[in-house]
Each structure stands twice: as structure tokens, then as C-alpha cells.
Design a binder for this molecule. Structure first.
Ligand SMILES: *[C@@H]1O[C@H](CO)[C@@H](O)[C@H](O)[C@H]1NC(C)=O
Ligand SMILES: *[C@@H]1O[C@H](CO)[C@@H](O)[C@H](O)[C@H]1NC(C)=O
Ligand SMILES: [Zn+2]
Length: 440
């Protein structure tokens, strides 16, 4: 249990600090110093992709030092450059953010070009302050395309992959969205305010209460005030617009979460999903609502019988009123298998130890993207099974104004670990299964 009582007690005086709340899904720094001024590795000021003409290339195909983070403008330029240099297709979702931004992504690999050819969805930067998420995703795709074109392998720190593995990984068909919270990231980058949410003031009560926690806004047990045990509600999400975990006015009330759903609906044969967060050094698999169980199929998120006990982790499913979220044995085996491979690859790459566990082991949540993705085929049997994951890269920067802002050295390692984790996910997906073959 990461949030020991000791931790919570030591945090009590800091609850007003924007980025350190016990209900955060991400990890908490061991020691918190106030009044720190370093903002970690700086945000890039130019355009290293030269208006969409120089493709992003990460740390898997070259040794270089990443001295700055990608600005919002560079993320957009980098995506365009992948299209210009490698001819990949890009797309824009139909939803515009509060500040008028669009949400764009790209598609690579696969065994055809129809929407059903894409079986893996990688999503970045849903939480604004988790710096390096968009970078890690864009650089990984750039590495993959570079390695494929030049028939070379990938090396992320101490983890290497062959040229043949690059081609296998690409065969999975990848749809990716590097920047799923453009307003939040733009604000965080310009203010260094440790901003987590989007910037929608729809239900705000003042300047201190802007924004929805997008990772509590998905349609999975969204209405936690009715669907979770009263004893856990305050840590699952929040109905208060000023909270870091404000869940919005309705499930999918936000253009950013609608966009992620749109990707899953449009690329309807996606079988594997990763939402890339920081930091905790974790690979999390389903469920995040409660501990998992495979013995009681009717004990699940759709069953209102369990509304008063859902989210209590200390009970035993099947004993008394104990509840656990149902996952069929075969699906759970695959959930764990891929997560373990990802965690091992990330640990090897950077020499730092990643933990692999069910998301609820951090603490129970409602409305998160990973659970939503995995819940879709239970809620609607016409939908494809998606194995959903949250990766929490990195281990935090206790010397920064915001612990989610990495030092240059941490950023370097984070990007290597992310590359290895994504690469391993693609290979695991091909090994474990991409679903029925599609003709297109
Ligand atoms: C549930 O998660 C635990 C880890 O907390 C794991 O050891 C166990 O195998 C899982 N059980 C089932 C039935 O899925
Ligand atoms: C909900 O759980 C109860 C208790 O196990 C069970 O009797 C009931 O059939 C379940 N409802 C559904 C719709 O599965
Ligand atoms: Zn996060």
C-alpha cells in the first residue's frame, strides 16, 4: 500500500499544495520540501522539427541528450513531421477543447489501412503536469519508423530489440495520440503551476476551481457518490470543482475524454490500450475500482447490489458483503502477462525497478481511462475486448517546484523506459493476440 497512514499524516499540512493530494493516482514523493524553485528540464523554445519537416527521433536509435521538453507547438510539428517524412496518416478527433485546440493522432503499421487494422492505442499527456508523456510517445513512434526504414533495431538503455522485432511490433497496427489534454499542457508549460486537469471552467466557482480531472471523467462507475462505499468515496474522485480529482458534470462531459472514446469507437478493433502517466514507477492493470476476482461473474461494476461496498479493498470477495471486480481468468492472465513484460522491460532499460500491480492497489478510483477501456466489452458485448493499462513512468523529482517535473537526467531515463515499455507492449500484444484477423 503506497499511501501509508504515515504518508497521509505527513501530508496533512500540505493539502493546499496543488500537486500533492492523497487522492492522486500517482505516487507521492518521500520527502516534501517547500519553496523549491527549480522547474526541472526546461520547455523547448524553438521548433526542433522545423515546421513539420524533421521527424522526431528518440533515444532508441541514437545517443543524444534531451536538454528540453517538447513544447505544445513542437508536439504538433513533430506529428506533422512523421506524416511528411514517413507518410503515415494522421487524424483529428471531432471535439474541440475549451480553448479551441484540436486533438490529433497518427496511425502506423498494421496489416492494412482500414480502421480495423489498428490493434494498439497509445495515449499521452492526459494529465497536464506529467511532463515527458507526449515526448516519450512521439519519440517512440519516431524511433520505430526510423528503425523500420533503416532496417536497424532499437536500444533503450540496457534493453535492446532487433530489426525483426521492430517489424513485428509495427505489424500490430498502432493508433497514437501524443497530446490528449492540449489546454492543460499549454497552461502548465506557460505557468509552471503543476496543473493536472483540463481548463474547462464550465462548473467552476472561481479562478481556483477551473478544470476537470479527465482521468475521472470516463464512463466507468463515474457517479461514484452512488456507486462506491461511503467510506471510500472521498478518495475515489470528487464532485468539487476545486478538487484535483473533480470528475466533471457528467461522464464524458469533456471534449478530451470524448476524443479518447472516439478513438476507441473509430478504431473498433483496438485490443490493447495504454494511458501514459507519471509518476510512480508502476505498470497498472485492471481493475482500479476494487480488487480483482475471477470467481463471481455477477459481482461486477454493472450490479447495483454492490453499490454500498464497492471500493473497499480490505474485504474478501464472496465472504459476507465483500466485493471484488470480476475479471474472467483467461482475460486476467493476459492482463497480467503483458503488464509483467512491460514492467520487466522498463526495469531493464533504466535499471530502476517498476512494480506491476492491479490499479486498485494504489487506491480505488472511478472514471479512469484504463478501467473504461477494459469495461467496454462487459457493458456492451458488441464491443471489442480491450486490455487497458496505466503506465506511471518515472519516480518523481523532490527537488522541483512540482514533483512531476523531471530533472534532465530523469527525463533522459524516463524516455528510455517509456520506449522499452511501449516496444514490449507491442510485442506482447502480437504474442498474446490482436483479435480476429481483418481483411482490409
Ligand atoms: C488479483 O490481483 C492480485 C494482486 O493484487 C493477483 O495476485 C491475483 O492473481 C488476481 N486475482 C484474480 C483472480 O484475478
Ligand atoms: C447482482 O448480484 C446479486 C448477488 O450476487 C445477484 O443475485 C444478482 O443476480 C446480480 N444481478 C445481476 C444483474 O447480475
Ligand atoms: Zn496522471
Amino acid at each position: 500500500m503506497k499511501l501509508s497512514l504515515y504518508f497521509l499524516a505527513s501530508l496533512a499540512p500540505l493539502l493546499s499544495s496543488a500537486c500533492l493530494l492523497p487522492e492522486e493516482r500517482e505516487g507521492l514523493p518521500r520527502r516534501i520540501h517547500r519553496r523549491q524553485t527549480s522547474n526541472g528540464v526546461p520547455i523547448g523554445t524553438g521548433d526542433r522539427f522545423s515546421a513539420g519537416t524533421i521527424a522526431p527521433r528518440g533515444l532508441g536509435t541514437q545517443s543524444t541528450t534531451l536538454t528540453t521538453l517538447l513544447s505544445v507547438a513542437e508536439i504538433s510539428s513533430g506529428l506533422k513531421a512523421l506524416a511528411n517524412v514517413y507518410g503515415i496518416s494522421t487524424f483529428t478527433t471531432p471535439y474541440t477543447t475549451y480553448n479551441g485546440a484540436t486533438i490529433s493522432g497518427g496511425k502506423v503499421g498494421g496489416t492494412g489501412t482500414c480502421n480495423n487494422a489498428y490493434r494498439v492505442y497509445l495515449n499521452g499527456a492526459i494529465h497536464a503536469r506529467e511532463r515527458g508523456s507526449a515526448d516519450g510517445l512521439l519519440f517512440f513512434i519516431g524511433d520505430l519508423l526510423y528503425a523500420n526504414k533503416n532496417n536497424v533495431g532499437l536500444t533503450y538503455g540496457s534493453k535492446s530489440y532487433t530489426s525483426a522485432q521492430v517489424k513485428t511490433a509495427l505489424s500490430s497496427g498502432i493508433v497514437f495520440v501524443p497530446l490528449s489534454n492540449p489546454d492543460g499542457v499549454a497552461y502548465d508549460q506557460s505557468s509552471n503551476s503543476c496543473w493536472r486537469k483540463n481548463r474547462n471552467p464550465a462548473s467552476s466557482t472561481g479562478s481556483s476551481s477551473i478544470g476537470v480531472d479527465l482521468n475521472r471523467n470516463f464512463d466507468f462507475l463515474w457517479d461514484f457518490t452512488k456507486l462506491f462505499a461511503s467510506s471510500v468515496r472521498s478518495s475515489v474522485a470528487s464532485t468539487s470543482p476545486s478538487s484535483e480529482t473533480f470528475h466533471g458534470t457528467a461522464a464524458f462531459s469533456e471534449p478530451e475524454t470524448k476524443s479518447i472514446k472516439w478513438v476507441m469507437d473509430t478504431y473498433a478493433k483496438v485490443r490493447w490500450f495504454i494511458d501514459l502517466h507519471s509518476y510512480a514507477g508502476d505498470v497498472l492493470y485492471s481493475w482500479g475500482s476494487d480488487e480483482n476476482q475471477s470467481s463471481y461473474p455477477k459481482m461486477n461494476f454493472l450490479n447495483s447490489t454492490y453499490n454500498s461496498v464497492r471500493g473497499i479493498l480490505t474485504d474478501t470477495p464472496g465472504s459476507g458483503s465483500g466485493y471484488g471486480e470480476y475479471t474472467p481468468t483467461a482475460e486476467n492472465t493476459d492482463n497480467v502477462k503483458a503488464a509483467t513484460r512491460i514492467g520487466n522491460a522498463m526495469s531493464t532499460a533504466g535499471g530502476r525497478s517498476y512494480s506491476v500491480m492491479p490499479a486498485a492497489d494504489l487506491y480505488p478510483t472511478s472514471g479512469a481511462s484504463d478501467d473504461y477501456s477494459y469495461s467496454r466489452h462487459f457493458a456492451d458485448t458488441s464491443k471489442n475486448l480491450i486490455h487497458g493499462y496505466t503506465i506511471e513512468f518515472g519516480f518523481g523529482n523532490s527537488a522541483a517546484s512540482c514533483p512531476f517535473y523531471p530533472t534532465q537526467a530523469q527525463h533522459q531515463k524516463n524516455i528510455q523506459e517509456i520506449g522499452a515499455g511501449f516496444m514490449e507492449m507491442l510485442l506482447a500484444a502480437v504474442d498474446i493476440g490482436l483479435g480476429d484477423p481483418v481483411a482490409c
